[in-house]
Design a protein around this ligand. Structure first.
Ligand code: SAM
Length: 289
């Protein structure tokens, strides 16, 4: 396939008034700021930013002088009508987040939906994304995958989601904060077993970038010795096909109790039910305590 050159005329025309531009920015390495993104941001009149001070530092480096308007999770609904008005008045408007692609665990989707609803064109100037960067460098299957972003912290919602993630046969991508990383690895270990494949991507595109794996057990060992610092994206291998079925905790406890009352120890029951259902022995054991 030859290189298409029709983009040149498009680029020269950018930015167009009344179009919402979604612009990817670096997730660490400033060299990843694309020429097209820099060019567009230096020409638009308004940039909606998740944090104006944070993006302001990046823009200062690249002499981007547009008016900055804050657009973060706490003011989305108040800001959307204001930004739509600017688009309707024919202003040139771009949206960025603190890092990576807006709308990926960052504000953006509501503004895009609202803009489309009233007929504005939306154009994405693609850029780095931690999820995709971690996935393609993990070595885990990437033809079909799921993205979960940050998991909920409320215990009930978290448990349901973790259960479903542990049964998912596709590769799953998860974002996590450093101080919660070990807890998440322990939760995954209980549900998926220590041998499940994982790559924990740390500080992607930055000086201390590293990948820790290849199993949950190994990652737990590593981070028990090395305090997690920086930014993390987890890429979890899928559950073995055909083995794990969705069973509620109540059903699992029921099955465990049946086995125990037939005379086997809790440990043995956990082992037996584990090999039947695919749930880890530790998880089944923990349900009984
Ligand atoms: N919109 C961003 C994107 O496209 O990647 C993601 C924003 S989300 C609020 C921030 C989370 O992404 C971080 O807490 C971390 O889990 C992940 N992340 C961002 N930069 C990263 C990096 N350089 N290395 C590893 N993970 C990163």
């Amino acid at each position: 396939m030859g290189l298409k050159t029709d983009y040149i005329s498009e680029k020269q025309l950018e930015p167009n008034p009344g179009v919402l531009y979604i612009v990817g920015t670096p997730i660490g390495n400033l060299e990843d700021f694309s020429p097209r993104a820099k060019n567009l941001l230096s020409k638009v009149s308004i940039i909606a930013c998740e944090d104006t001070r944070h993006s302001g530092q990046l823009f200062k480096k690249f002499e981007i002088k547009a008016t900055l308007i804050s657009f973060h999770k706490h003011n989305i609904h108040a800001r959307i009508p204001k930004l739509l008005k600017k688009l309707a008045e024919g202003e040139t408007l771009a949206l960025v987040s603190d890092a990576g692609l807006p709308s990926v665990s960052d504000p953006g989707e509501e503004l895009v939906a609202a803009s489309r609803k009233v007929g504005h064109k939306v154009v994405c100037i693609p850029g780095p994304c931690a999820a995709m960067t971690a996935l393609v460098s993990s070595g885990l299957p990437s033809q079909r995958f799921c993205f979960e972003g940050f998991l909920p912290s409320k215990p009930k919602h978290r448990k349901v989601l973790l259960n479903s993630i542990s049964n998912e046969t596709r590769t799953t991508i998860i974002y996590e904060a450093p101080h919660k990383l070990l807890k998440l690895l322990k939760e995954l270990s209980l549900l998926c077993g220590e041998d499940r494949s994982i790559q924990v991507a740390r500080e992607l595109t930055k000086k201390y970038e590293e990948q820790i794996g290849p199993t949950i057990g190994e990652a737990m060992k590593y981070f028990s010795k090395n305090k997690p610092k920086g930014e993390f994206t987890l890429v979890l291998g899928g559950a073995p096909k055909g083995k794990i079925t969705h069973i509620s905790d109540e059903q699992l406890i029921d099955e465990m109790q049946k086995l125990i009352s037939s005379g086997v120890s809790t440990n043995h029951a956990a082992k037996k039910l584990g090999s039947k259902t695919g749930y880890s022995r530790n998880y089944l054991y923990s349900l009984m305590h």
